[in-house]
Every structure is written in C-alpha cells, then in structure tokens.
Write a protein that binds this ligand. Structure first.
Ligand code: FES
Length: 141
C-alpha cells in the first residue's frame, strides 16, 4: 500500500529496526510511522477506551493517534520520532493491567476512581457563584 519515494536504499547505511517482532531495514532519517507504513504495519495502537485499532492521522504531531511503544516506553509519537538502529517498535496496547504495571514500575500511587466528593464540592461552588451573580444583577453591580 505504501512505498518509498527515495531511491533504492544503500545497504551500508540502512538502519535495522524491529517492528512488531519483524526485522525491517529502513533509510536513516525515516520516521517510525513511515517505517511502520512501509512495512505494512499501519496500526499504531489499540484504544484503551473502546479497543479500536488506531493509526496515524495528521502525521505532524498534533492528533496523538500514532502513539507506539519504542524500546519498552509507551506513548511515543511515531510521526515525529526518527528511527535509530536497533530500535524496538511495537503497537501500543494500554489496558488496566498495563497501567497498573507502569504504576508499579514508576512507583506511582494509584489514583482514586471515585470523584463524587470533588463533584459535590464543585457543584456547591458553582451554585454559590451563580447566586452571587444573580444577586449582583439584581443590585445592578
Ligand atoms: S499522527 Fe498525529 S500526532 Fe502523530
């Protein structure tokens, strides 16, 4: 589907990367996204929300649809990152299990999922502000 517009690669300068467990030879300076597309691996990540397979969209660093795992580090933008010899590139699959694993690895405390307390506080603050504004309108301030 995708093909390179550069002339044939020079095997002496080619960069070897692994994309989803397949060794691929690419021209130095190629972005990770381009290397993936040329290798036929266009799926960059799986959405943690609905498990949809996603791929690069803007190819210029804006949409963040191209997040991949590079050398074990998640959330790397494939469209902005140039290949480096020996790079390990994998489709990113973030699940609750991988989030827990990363939190353990990075020694981050799990965040509470229950935000009803914060919501009640915000609602009370919002109601108070609305009452103040209403009072100011009545008094002409
Ligand atoms: S494709 Fe949009 S940020 Fe990479």
């Amino acid at each position: 589907m995708f093909r390179s517009v550069t002339k044939q690669q020079d095997p002496m300068t080619a960069v070897q990367v692994t994309i989803n467990d397949t060794l691929v030879s690419v021209v130095p300076g190629t972005t990770v996204w381009a290397a993936m597309a040329l290798a036929g691996e266009t799926a960059t990540r799986v959405s943690p929300v609905n498990q949809q397979v996603r791929s690069a969209y803007c190819a210029m660093g804006v949409c963040f649809e191209c997040m991949v795992e590079i050398n074990g580090m998640p959330n790397r933008q494939a469209c902005l990152t140039e290949v480096v010899d020996g790079m390990q590139i994998n489709r990113q699959v973030i699940t609750e299990a991988t989030i827990a694993e990363l939190q353990t690895e990075l020694k981050v405390e799990p965040q509470p999922q229950d935000v009803t307390g914060n919501l009640s506080e915000l609602t009370a603050t919002g109601s108070s502000l609305a009452a103040d504004v209403t009072e100011n309108i009545k008094t002409g301030e």
